[in-house]
Structures are given as structure tokens and as C-alpha cells.
Ligand binder design. Structure first.
Ligand code: BDR
Ligand code: CA
Length: 310
């Protein structure tokens, strides 16, 4: 099994990523750490607790993380995820699952320092917590196996040039991308291939466990949001790609390239400069996901959602 820390801002697709990860015997979730992103950190933390209640994930600790990006004002994605960060499914306002006292950044550091085998970080929100952990304790890099993240791409969804997670805290992304740690990057180029349509929604949410209903309702809201905001006939399940890669990497094609993070551009703040044609001659720092065998992904998600029934 692979030890992972899921650093997230749930988030409809973050929720799906957690549901899939928690069902896999190949992954051991050591912690869930939350961050300000789709919604303020109080809300993303409450959403993480709600998901844990739903799938009875009581043994995995939740740590609350950064309340704002390193330099910028927080950027929420209400148009996509609603005011709660997870609008759509009916959820309790007072989840049973509790939050640990320790701050997420300290938890990331202590878990990595005390782990006998290397830990993989799986960030599916802005990279603030990960950057802070690397700044506070650079030595942890030696016991990080890989950072498997959702963010960036060769085009944007928050500005024409920038994807939300990177735009929300590009300075943090710069710290992470320049850390020298092995990075697998799932950007919009690949996540827009993981497009949920009503037909796929039906296929993957047949389980009679409450998780089946939750997934169905969550996807209803998410597809509606993508229709209204981007006129998309489907919704990309961005964050799930990270977890899918950890479970079945063969469904993706990966290219070793250099990716730079733009922190200054007038039109391009938060862009990821993906050197697909190797024009910079710079040493690659990222495994960039280019394409995806999408039927393999739907099968994996369906099996994950169905597994809660047993
Ligand atoms: C990313 O931004 C968030 O809205 C999603 O959860 C995903 O992590 C997509 O740009
Ligand atoms: Ca997310």
C-alpha cells in the first residue's frame, strides 16, 4: 500500500477523490488536511467531516490548514461549488467527525518525519499548506515519495491563462514546483477528458448505500454549474484523476517536462508554462498527464462507489 496525505478544499470533485481513495486497498490515507480554496477553510473542513461521516472514515484524522494564500486575498469558487463549497447533496450542519487540534502544516511535517516509509502528498486544492510545510521544515522533502496534484494546464479556467488551484496561490505553487520533489501533475488538459455526463452519472451512482445518492446529487449540482458557467455538456471530475493515477497509473500517459509557475504576468498570473516541446532546455521537474483512458476511470469510480454497499 501507498501512504498518502490528502490535502484538499472539498469541493465536489475533491469529495469524489476522497470517496475513491478511501475505498482502495492500495492506498493508506494517513490524514486529510484542509485548505482555503473552493470555500473558506472553515467550510472546506466541515465538508471533509461530512464526507467522512458518509463513508464512515472515522480512523483517518482531519487537520485544518491555511485560512488564506501566502500573499493574495482568498479566492473562492462559489460559481462552481456553491456557497457551502459542496452545494447539492443534503448534508448535516453538525457532522460527528471531529477535527484534530494540531494545524495541518504541522501535521504534514510530523506525519512525514515519523513515517517509516516515504509518504505521497495528494493536493487537490491551492498549494498553500504544502508550501508552508516545505518552508517550515525543508528536511521533509527527503521522505516525500511524490506529490500527485491537480492544478494548472496549458489553458485556464479561472482566467484565460490560469487554472483555479494555481491561480488561487501561485506563490505557493512556485515553492512546490521548484522544490525538486517528484511531481505528477493533473491539469486541465487531462481533467477535461474526465467529463461526467448524465449517462455516466447514472452508471456510477447506482449503489443503494447513501454514498450512491450523495454522488448522484453532487454530480447534478456540479453538471449544472458547469453548464451555467462554461456552457459545458458535462462536468470534469478534475481531482479524481490524482487518486485514479495512484490506483491504476496505466490509464494515463505521462510526459516528463519542465513546468514553470507565472507569478507576475499582467494577463497570465497563475499560469503554468508547460514546456511540451522542450524549448527551454531546462531539466524536467514534472510528470505531466496528457491523456486518459476514460472508460477505465468510470469503471474504477463505479467500483469504488459500489464498494461501500458491502
Ligand atoms: C480545481 O478547482 C476546484 O474548483 C476543483 O475542486 C479542482 O480542484 C479545478 O480547476
Ligand atoms: Ca479541489
Amino acid at each position: 500500500t501507498r501512504k498518502i496525505i490528502m490535502d484538499m478544499d472539498p469541493g465536489h470533485d475533491d469529495a469524489m477523490a476522497l470517496i475513491v481513495a478511501a475505498s482502495s486497498p492500495k492506498l493508506e490515507i494517513m490524514a486529510i488536511t484542509t485548505v482555503s480554496g473552493n470555500a473558506p477553510v472553515e467550510k472546506t473542513t466541515r465538508n471533509a467531516r461530512r464526507i467522512c461521516d458518509l463513508i464512515h472514515l472515522q480512523q483517518v484524522p482531519i487537520y485544518k490548514g491555511a485560512s488564506r494564500p501566502l500573499l493574495r486575498a482568498p479566492e473562492a469558487a462559489e460559481t462552481i461549488h456553491g456557497e457551502s463549497g459542496l452545494d447539492g447533496p443534503e448534508l448535516s450542519d453538525n457532522p460527528e467527525k471531529t477535527v484534530e487540534k494540531e494545524h495541518a502544516v504541522d501535521a504534514i511535517i510530523h506525519i512525514i518525519e515519523h513515517s517509516e516509509s516515504p509518504v505521497t502528498l495528494v493536493p487537490t486544492g491551492p498549494l498553500t499548506n504544502i508550501a508552508l510545510a516545505l518552508i517550515k521544515e525543508p528536511g521533509i522533502a527527503g521522505n516525500i515519495e511524490e506529490i500527485v496534484l491537480m492544478g494548472g494546464g496549458t489553458f485556464g479556467n479561472w482566467t484565460p491563462a490560469a487554472e483555479f488551484n494555481i491561480y488561487a496561490d501561485a506563490e505557493a505553487a512556485k515553492v512546490v514546483f521548484e522544490s525538486g520533489i517528484s511531481i505528477a501533475m493533473f491539469g486541465l488538459d487531462v481533467t477535461h477528458q474526465a467529463l461526467i455526463t448524465p449517462e455516466i452519472q447514472q452508471r456510477i451512482s447506482t449503489s443503494r448505500h447513501p454514498a450512491g445518492r450523495f454522488v448522484f446529487d453532487l454530480l447534478d449540482f456540479f453538471m449544472e454549474a458547469y453548464k451555467n458557467t462554461f456552457r459545458f455538456e458535462g462536468a470534469p471530475l478534475h481531482d479524481v484523476c490524482t487518486v485514479a493515477y495512484l490506483i491504476d497509473s496505466g490509464m494515463f500517459t505521462m510526459e516528463h517536462v519542465h513546468v514553470g509557475i507565472e507569478t507576475r504576468g499582467e494577463y497570465t498570473y497563475g499560469a503554468t508554462a508547460v514546456d511540451l516541446l522542450h524549448v527551454t532546455g531546462t531539466e524536467p521537474n514534472v510528470w505531466f498527464a496528457g491523456s486518459l483512458q476514460v472508460d477505465r476511470l468510470w469503471k474504477l469510480i463505479k467500483e469504488a462507489v459500489d464498494s461501500y454497499e458491502k
